[in-house]
Write a protein that binds this ligand. Structure first.
Ligand code: BYC
Length: 330
């Protein structure tokens, strides 16, 4: 693993940005502007490295915590086929977490450190996974809306300036498309079913619509990282631009299902071709990020327990690796 620039805790050592010369910064920006990929061992500004570690580790943590709301329905899936599909989807998410941790490690942070930061509450994960999955229709809504929002956000990340992140995103996006289709398929079936099933689908849309819009992050005027991340071509579109694209493709999908998007102010603007939408409750977003969403405590408690329960596996793997190393040395 590339460990240059690590402090004793395995975090990137805080190198004063003042040591970075104007020439280095200009040459770096020129490479980014020329659409060259930045690779792990290339020179990069410390702030670029820190931004990527923050975003990529948050992304990895989201995939891992994101397994919980869906795992809640594995034993209650309505058929063997639905159960097999859901299981495959959740396993994909574990895989996404692992690719992303590996990609982030190339920046010089250890996976142990990233996991420790999640468990201590220092690192964030996506707000969306702090909402409960109350009915089977919620599994459909997560696939359709949450994975749909994730695809909208993540397709541009395949062109991120940092090579290892961009390459990891290619496979992730392909798998996310399957996830989105399986969610929509659940809702198609429910919406073509009984009156009660359709009502269940509507209730899921009512509860997941606004939190899905919040996944894209704060509005552009309150997004402290967007301007710099866009200049570095980590992000290609602003939070509001991606949110608007998501609304524009998702509203017709709701209409096809015969469901009503829970926004009285939603209106198609024929002139711009976009949907105008109502005000997002940003206080709810702030509360969820502060740890006060409906499931924050439950999610973290479950993650900490899973980590503790897995200690023996990590110990066994370390003991085996030490034994192998000793054998090689001998
Ligand atoms: N939730 O300046 P901003 C998935 C934070 S996994 C929590 O706009 P940035 C899936 C932000 O980190 C989905 N925190 O930031 C898995 C920053 O924090 P600090 C995860 C949020 O980074 C399983 C602060 O607010 N996807 O798809 O430029 C099943 C200011 O925001 C959120 C990714 O992680 C949020 N929603 O933009 C199904 C994609 N939004 O500085 C599906 C990669 C913002 O206070 N990440 N914050 O620590 C990104 O594209 C960007 O990081 C974001 C935010 C668009 C999320």
């Amino acid at each position: 693993m590339y460990t240059q620039g690590l402090d004793q805790q395995g975090r990137p050592a805080a190198k004063p940005d003042a040591l970075e010369t104007a020439e280095q910064l200009a040459a770096f920006q020129q490479r980014v502007d020329a659409e060259e990929k930045i690779e792990a061992k290339d020179w990069m500004p410390e702030a670029y490295r820190r931004t990527l570690i923050r975003q990529m580790s948050q992304h990895a943590h989201s995939e891992i915590i994101g397994m919980q709301p869906e795992g809640n329905w594995l034993t209650r899936a309505p058929s063997l086929k639905r159960k097999a599909i859901l299981l495959a989807k959740i396993q994909d998410e574990a895989g996404h977490g692992l690719y992303l941790y590996s990609a982030a490690e190339t920046l010089g942070v250890s996976r142990d450190q990233m996991v420790a930061d999640l468990l201590s509450g220092k690192a964030k994960y996506s707000s969306i996974f702090n909402y409960p999955t109350l009915t089977w229709a919620d599994i459909g809504a997560i696939g359709w809306l949450v994975d749909g929002a994730a695809i909208m956000n993540q397709i541009p990340l395949c062109r991120c300036s940092y090579g290892p992140y961009a390459r990891a995103m290619v496979r992730i996006c392909k798998e996310e498309s399957f996830h989105q289709r399986q969610g929509y398929d659940i809702l198609v079936e429910l919406c073509n079913g009984t009156k009660e099933q359709k009502a269940m689908a509507q209730d899921a849309l009512d509860r997941w619509w606004w939190p899905s819009l919040m996944m894209f992050g704060p509005s552009d005027i309150n997004s402290k990282h967007s301007a710099q991340s866009m200049a570095w071509k980590i992000k290609r579109f602003s939070n509001d631009e991606l949110r608007q694209k998501f609304i524009d493709v998702t509203v017709p999908q709701a209409e096809f299902l015969g469901l009503r998007v829970p926004d009285d102010d939603l209106e198609h603007d024929a002139e711009t071709g976009h949907y105008r939408h109502g005000e997002i409750d940003w206080q709810e977003f702030i509360d969820v990020l502060a740890g006060n969403g409906p499931c924050n405590q439950q999610r973290m408690a479950k993650r900490r327990k899973a980590h503790d329960d897995g200690a023996w596996v990590r110990d066994a793997a370390s003991a085996y690796a030490a034994k192998q190393a000793a054998r090689h040395a001998a």
